[in-house]
Design a binder for this molecule. Structure first.
Ligand code: 5RP
Length: 234
């Protein structure tokens, strides 16, 4: 079964969370898009009054085109649930997110929700986080100054000879998020102590958001070759 089929199956499984009267955060990425499509069909079929908060322009555009009732995070600052994809998750439901560059808004919306549910294909489950480059959203002002501070922190934490790169677009121009910030991707291979790394990065001037989602996700819905698996954090 392809990763896309698994993503779609996970997204459709998560539809049970779409109910009347609820406010739901909509993540960003291909798996989130499958969820948006399925949610739009359910809302239309069952005439639900569910409200949705998008985490990016792309999500907004798709959800609006499909007729979902969209509100902003300012209008709905306390959400019932957020459904979003991930780049990696481990056994403690710690995630790496931000492959698509929407980490800041995704974290803001997810952490404003009673539950964050990540939907994914089986390739996203890992023993140890870090094979996927860890995105760090940083201030445009002083980006090189922030980069060397991050590098110094990594050396201090024992991540010697690890690479970092300023994210660029396919065209080779600097990538900026919807908040206008660059992203530095850290190629760490293995993150043995995600909480420690996250704490230090979050205390680094210039860092706006890390792609580590710790203590935010409570449920993983994962498509596998044998069907959809739902995992709940203890
Ligand atoms: C975007 C994200 C995505 O959720 C993550 O990259 C997974 O994407 P996909 O569902 O396309 O595999 O964090 O910033």
């Amino acid at each position: 079964m392809s990763a896309d089929t698994q993503k779609r199956a996970a997204a459709e499984f998560a539809l049970k969370l779409v109910e009347a009267g609820r406010s739901i955060g909509l993540g960003t990425g291909s798996t989130a898009n499958y969820f948006i499509e399925a949610a739009a069909a359910k809302v239309k079929r069952e005439k639900l009054d569910t409200k949705f908060v998008p985490t990016s322009q792309a999500t907004y555009a798709l959800a609006q085109k499909l007729g979902l009732n969209l509100v902003t995070i300012e209008e709905a600052p306390f959400l019932d649930a957020t459904i979003d994809g991930c780049d990696e998750f481990d056994g403690k439901f710690r995630l790496i997110k931000g492959g698509g560059g929407a980490l800041h808004r995704e974290k803001l919306v997810a952490s404003s929700s009673k539950f964050m549910i990540t939907i994914c294909d089986a390739s996203k489950q890992v023993e140890t986080l870090g094979a996927f480059p860890l995105p760090i959203e940083v201030s445009k002002f002083g980006v090189n100054a922030t980069a060397w501070k991050i590098e110094r922190a990594l050396v201090h934490l024992g991540y010697k000879d690890k690479k970092m790169r300023l994210r660029t677009t396919k065209e080779g121009t600097p990538f900026v998020t919807e908040s206008g910030n660059p992203i530095i991707d850290l190629m760490l291979d293995k993150i043995d102590q995600p909480e420690q790394l996250d704490g230090i990065l979050n205390n680094t001037p210039g860092v706006i958001e890390t792609g580590l989602f710790i203590g935010i996700c409570g449920i993983v819905i994962m498509g596998t070759d044998k069907g959809v698996v739902e995992l709940t954090r203890a």
